[in-house]
Structure formats: C-alpha cells, structure tokens
Design a protein around this ligand. Sequence first.
Ligand code: GDP
Ligand code: MG
Length: 194
Amino acid sequence: MLPLVALVGRPNVGKSTIFNALTRSRDALVHDEPGVTRDRHYGFCRLVEERPFGLCDTGGLSGEEEGLAGATARQARAAVEEADLVLFVVDGREGPSGLDQNILSFLRKSGTRFFLVVNKTDGIDVQAAVAEFARFGVERVIPVAAAHQRGIPELLEEIIPELPEDGDADVLADDPDRIRIAFIGRPNVGKSTW
Ligand code: GDP
Ligand code: MG
C-alpha cells in the first residue's frame, strides 16, 4: 500500500494550497475564509514518479471542540493517526500562535513523525521567519511559498526518504469517496510494481 502524508495546521495557513501544489490539482478547496475544508480530503502525489504517496488535506485544528469546528478537529486527529508522516503547516508571516503551540503538543503526543512547514515565506525574510519557530524545537523545518510553488521540490526531497516503502494508505478504505481499484492478473505480470 502507498505511504500516507497528512497536512495539519490551524485554518488558513495554506494547507490546501500545499495539497494542490503536491497533487498538482485544483482539487482541494482553497479559500480565504478560515475553516472552509471541513473534511479529510485525499489525493496522490506523483511528482516523483517512482515514489508516489497518498496525501490527506484536513480542515485544520481551530482549537474549538464544539459543533462543526470540533468535528473538523476530530477528522484532523484521525488523519494524524493514520498517516506515516505529518506536515505541520504554519504561517511564516504571522509567526507562531498559541494554537500552533497546542497543535505542536498534540503532534508530540501522537507519536507520528512530523515536519514543520513554514508557508507564505514569499516577500519576507525567510531566515527570520524560520527563526521565529526555533523554540518549537522541531528538527526538520522547511520554508515554502506554496502559492508560488516555491520550496515544493525541496519539501518533496525531505518527504520521500522518510516514507516507508510499504505505507499505511490502506486506511484510505475509510474514505467513502475513494475509488477502489483492484489489480488482477497472473503472478509476476507487474501488479505490485504499478
Ligand atoms: P488552509 O485553510 O490551511 O487550507 O489554507 P488555504 O490553502 O486555503 O490558504 C489560505 C490563504 O492563504 C489563501 O488566501 C491562500 O491564497 C493564501 N496562501 C496560501 N499559500 C500562500 C503563500 O505561499 N503565500 C501567500 N502570500 N499566501 C498564501
Ligand atoms: Mg484548507
């Protein structure tokens, strides 16, 4: 099964923009209004042809546990649980927020590996933006400007070696929208190689 990478972060930091950049689609909703994506949203990244992986966009963790925001947060947590790797996305222009801090502690407790992706670094001092997040103590910090496709190849270069050859993406079975494809054929014709 394919490895699975989940995008997590507070609303409006650019998770869906990164999803689009990695899947090269306009599939994920990108919207100015925080909290537009309510659900988990799956896609595939095939930018490195021989190492495809599943990608899960989430609606973001807004810190609220009630109603729709709470449901969204539960979806995001479920995504973290099923993922092989999490991209914790933050806003390089706004700097760290209390909500980022909460997400950080949640991710640490989850035990799932994660990178810190500092987005929206276009037109600002990238080093300074990254330094703002130094106190988070995350080993792997990757600056990007997803809306301008900047940093995406570097991000991929960091992601690929972290992924297991055989990932957890069979949990895509949880997604009612997914398309099921079965590979059928006699032994040795290349079913698994695909
Ligand atoms: P999400 O809520 O985390 O999924 O965030 P979205 O992907 O919907 O983006 C929220 C807003 O940030 C949109 O207005 C995007 O156009 C904007 N945005 C996303 N990436 C960048 C970036 O790299 N630079 C800048 N300046 N804006 C961005
Ligand atoms: Mg979104």
